[in-house]
Design a protein around this ligand. Structure first.
Ligand SMILES: *[C@@H]1O[C@H](CO)[C@@H](O)[C@H](O)[C@H]1NC(C)=O
Ligand SMILES: *[C@@H]1O[C@H](CO)[C@@H](O)[C@H](O)[C@H]1NC(C)=O
Ligand SMILES: *[C@@H]1O[C@H](CO)[C@@H](O)[C@H](O)[C@H]1NC(C)=O
Ligand SMILES: [Zn+2]
Length: 478
């Protein structure tokens, strides 16, 4: 009996008495999140990329990943940093704007608009720091802003008129992150941003020899990053995730297609519009004047088979781009190949992004390598909202509420220290249970033997016992 009780106690202690200690690896593993702006998932297919290939062999490669809609730079990067869809984190556009004053700020100036970024969702830098880690960011969109009054331990904001393509500068930035930030300052998390191959993809198009050359430069840089990680003794602690914000698609014009120009659509007039964001690619938003919503909507809806027109409340739910006060009442996007012009065509890019995130041309690449990642593993696609919970898991921190799931990415990981510890814990439990079980068997055997002996003794002295005897008692005792 005593043994059975002990066994039960042991079971209880092992299974529920000890907390699972889920985030106990805090501080053991570092994460470097790198974005190469506009690196489409298939850019390594027509270029020799020995360093990216080696990274895939040493780590994990996803076939592609799906960015959130709207597929433009600042919103999708903030999803990488928060794990939230764009309607939920509030950075809904590259441009800050005010519908009352009609002010608009371009991408770079918007980096300095604190209230645009700090809209209730904390990026991973701040979440990590609040849990005792140290974070840095170099040129990543959102780096400049403070969040609820807090900022990264170290940050490098992109200078104005920065030369995105200068490989020497790329190497200087990598040296700073690896040598100074990770190695000397012992940071736990760094986000690192490169503005290419986006610029080249816009200017020359995704199928151009210029884009292929830029992919070679990215590949050399990946090799440089990994060699510096080795040289700085980070190979056992640093996990490197490389991805991008969106892809790139060819735009057709010069008579190849009938261009979409809103002012030329019958029944549509900019006089009915209080504020608009068009002329920067395939997406647009309109705020009609009081009472003009249906007129504007009816004029645009169905006007061009390649122009998709939605009232905010009828946006397809899968796009997660409606439920935010900053999103305007009418949302437009065009099919690949087309951009949306306002008064007259003013856009001359050969490549564009901002299309539906279901379009394959909008999918970025994803690679990961480091001590927690499996080797030589290719996985299926997943949404980029899931990168945030993965990074939190590796860092050993508790994620803030987000739209991602660790289940979508955890098959890329080998057993982490925490898992190993839990394995050991369960092995100890199995071991103890086996020993306990064995002891119970021995106990039963001993008791049976004693009882048998006693019974035999009793039998031998039966005659001396009163009738009725103790036999039943012996039986119940067993
Ligand atoms: C827009 O500008 C108006 C007028 O200056 C101001 O009252 C309002 O707070 C501004 N809104 C935002 C979101 O900045
Ligand atoms: C987010 O920004 C909007 C204005 O664009 C503002 O009305 C709202 O209060 C902000 N929310 C938070 C939590 O900062
Ligand atoms: C690239 O950057 C380096 C270092 O900042 C500078 O010395 C060099 O002149 C730049 N090259 C070009 C082509 O601008
Ligand atoms: Zn971008």
């Amino acid at each position: 009996m005593l043994w059975t009780v002990s066994l039960c106690l042991l079971l209880a202690v092992s299974s529920s008495g000890v907390p699972l200690d889920r985030y106990s690896t805090k501080g053991q593993h570092k994460v470097l999140l790198i974005s190469f702006d506009g690196f489409r998932w298939d850019y390594d297919r027509d270029v020799d990329t020995p360093n990216l290939d080696r990274m895939a062999k040493d780590g994990v490669k996803a076939r592609y990943v799906t960015p959130p809609y709207l597929t433009i730079t600042s919103p999708t990067h903030f999803t990488l940093l928060t794990g939230r869809y764009i309607e939920n984190h509030g950075v809904i556009h590259n441009m800050w704007f005010n519908i009352t004053t009609s002010e608009k700020l371009p991408y770079y100036a918007t980096q300095f608009k604190n209230e645009w970024w700090d809209n209730g969702t904390l990026p991973i830098w701040i979440t990590a720091q609040r849990q005792g880690l140290r974070a840095g960011s170099l040129h990543f969109p959102g780096t400049q802003s403070t969040y609820q009054g807090e900022t990264q331990t170290v940050k490098d904001v992109e200078p104005r008129f920065y030369d995105y393509k200068n490989e020497t500068k790329w190497r200087e930035n990598v040296e700073k992150v690896m040598g100074t930030w990770f190695s000397e300052m012992d940071l736990d998390f760094v986000s690192l941003y490169f503005g290419e191959p986006d610029g080249t993809g816009h200017k020359y198009g995704p199928d151009s020899p210029e884009r292929r050359e830029m992919v070679k430069q990215v590949d050399r840089t990946v090799g440089f990053i990994r060699s510096l990680a080795e040289r700085n003794g980070l190979a056992d602690s640093l996990n490197i995730i490389i991805t991008a914000d969106h892809g790139m698609s060819n735009v057709y014009r010069n008579g190849l297609v009938k261009e979409i120009t809103l002012s030329r659509i019958p029944g549509f007039s900019f006089r009915d519009i209080a504020f608009h964001l068009v002329d920067f690619g395939p997406s647009g938003m309109l705020l009609p004047k009081e009472g003009m919503l249906d007129k504007v909507y009816n004029a645009l809806k169905g006007a061009n088979p390649h122009l998709h027109v939605f009232k905010k409340e009828e946006m397809p739910e899968r796009l997660h781009f409606a439920n935010n006060n900053r999103i305007l009442p009418i949302i437009l996007f065009s099919d690949p190949g087309y951009v949306i012009n306002g008064f007259l065509p003013v856009q001359f890019n050969t490549g564009e992004h901002g299309f539906d995130n279901e379009e394959m041309d909008m999918k970025p690449f994803f690679r990961a390598v480091g001590p927690v990642f499996q080797k030589n593993l290719e996985v299926g696609p997943f949404e980029t909202v899931n990168i945030y919970p993965l990074m939190c898991h590796i860092l050993g921190i508790k994620p803030d509420p987000n739209d991602g799931h660790l289940d979508a990415t955890k098959h890329m990981l080998i057993s982490t220290t925490e898992d190993l510890r839990q394995d050991i814990k369960s092995n100890i439990f199995v071991g103890l249970a086996a020993v306990a079980g064995f002891l119970v068997v021995v106990f039963i055997a001993l008791v049976s033997f004693n009882a048998f002996k006693k019974e035999t003794n009793d039998r031998s002295s039966e005659k001396s016992l009163p009738p009725g005897g103790k036999e039943e008692t012996h039986q119940t005792a067993l």
